[in-house]
Write a protein that binds this ligand. Sequence first.
Ligand code: SAH
Length: 667
Amino acid sequence: MADFARQRQRMVERQLAGRGITDARVLEAMGTIPREAFVAGTMHEFAYEDSPLPIEAGQTISQPFIVARMLQAAELDESDSVLEIGAGSGYAAAVMAALAACVHAVERHPELADLARQRFEALGYRNIQLRVGDGSGGWPEAAPFDAILAAAGGPAVPDVLRRQLAIGGRLVMPVGETLHRQRLVKVTRVEEDRFEHEELDEVRFVPLVGSYGWSEQDAAPVPAMEPVAARAPVDGGGLPDLIRAAMEPLPELDDPAFGRLFDRYADARVVLLGEASHGTSEFYRARAAITRRLIEAHGFTIVAVEADWPDAAALDRYVRGRPATRDEPIFQRFPTWMWRNREVARFIDWLRRHNAGRPAEAQAGFYGLDLYSLDSSIRAVLDYLDKVDPRAAQVARHRYGCLMPWSKEPAQYGRMALSAGYALCEKAVVQTLRELLARRMEYAQADGEHFLDAAQNARLVSNAEAYYRAMYYGSAESWNLRDSHMFETLEHLLAAGGPQSKAVVWAHNSHIGDARHTEMGQVREELNLGQLCRQRFGSAAALIGFGTHTGTVAAADDWDEPMKEMDVVPSRQDSYERLFHEAGQPRGLLDLREGVHPDLCRRLAEGRLERFIGVIYRPDTERWSHYVECSLPRQFDGYTWFDETRAVEPLGEEPRTGTADTWPFGL
Ligand code: SAH
């Protein structure tokens, strides 16, 4: 399903050309060679990430940018003979083989060499010779070389290696006094006995272990899955102390003072409350406490959440004291625990009590921003038209018929549209939406109360059609359509509420933290709801992130797998979470608005890793599945910290039995 060619092209544009790699041959070779073929199957989806990845034997495949940087420095010519020390996965050797006449490569781990050989064979490389052994002394029988590249760092450039360069030859190698931190060094043999020495970037490679490198004891144990070229400084350099000083301790979650601490954001038109996982009790309870305060004391009347519109609409009827209109259980699609949990149920009951006895316009409503409800949204539009305009319902039924075969499994529709080569049902769904909106006045007379709901469902069907098609063109497009849909929905809700309306949004940090200050935006060209709100509302949008160090979380191993309570691995040494953990507060709020803590924000702004746990949690590949490089103080206007958190409490394992069945109306 993944479109590797496209990801590869994007890698070349964003990570390489975008960062100053200008050698056209390097860009072309790296734009052609399938990097995914050099990592294990479980890592395929991360093959084009802007980071090193783990390979067998506790080693790593270098970050694409580093490979390009070294190759550009080596100035390879098509007639060159090249030596690579530390072939690892074989990826860099394959790129060299495309740029030079022949490649000699050495790898000390037989297991890695075997795999690399199989890959060269499968991809048809005939100009690579690979041997197992210590390459720190080079490959004297095959010398001289026009270029020597070392993919592991030693304490100095061994003389025996320099001597294996041809006159005019270039050696590029990471050199450093410590095991894991080096500077890239380029040595050019200008004459028999004259070498030019140039220092390039700071890098982090695995150690070169051998007679001319580090000893086996020096290097052991090689930490498994450590990135070789991580860009974030590992030690906090006093940052935890600064965070501790700036962070305001938060009271207990049920103390009314909790919500009051967030009054500083209450002037905003939209307050967006994030979460670092979809299954953490504290994040839900904190958002409930803040939202209660915003509703009670600051006139907020819209609660818009990352949930399906039709399901949230049922909760909206409940909180407004209206009768149920559907007798089906809600929030039945994976991940059910995200909204079907005790924490949400308690908030919903509070909202119902708050609304009781208030006129409709003073009540607060509960709405869904997401677009995964193709099937029930189609039905909702048809039900509405059946009531207000049976003839139009017939036409709509016919038009939606185009999508019906796929409505239960809409991803299939995307595949189908792709192979058919055109947007099969686009016209049909857009036309239905247009006609519905055009007859607004007419329909409003027949049933005005439900018009907004029906129009939103029709809009959703139209956006979902585009979303499922885009899924097959690459993840960025479909992500962007989804977040644009959420933003559009929020704008409609605000418009429907009038110029004074104010909204609280609950969605994951990945939707709420301004994507322009994360790898998502900078490398993957993804935008998000928080960014769109900032662009539209400026400082009248408050983006508040949430984070944790460790504890438990409700999540699944994979899509559609059962929910489990999992342990959250303590945060990584080089993450923002670790800085907050070391600040030593059990919970607190860090105000990140401009001018409040300028020095701290400036120091925190330098990129670091931040953890994102969704409905799926994979502790084994945590670095690549869940950590993304971000600039936290630029993403958010506030950051709410809970050092230790626990999993949400789902409303029932078997949603189709017991009281949970008709929640909330049956409870
Ligand atoms: N170019 C590789 C990077 C692999 S990491 C790739 O693109 O995948 C560096 C590799 O150097 C590791 O596989 C490690 O086992 C190897 N290595 C370390 N010291 C070595 C030595 N003295 N001789 C040969 N290989 C060595």
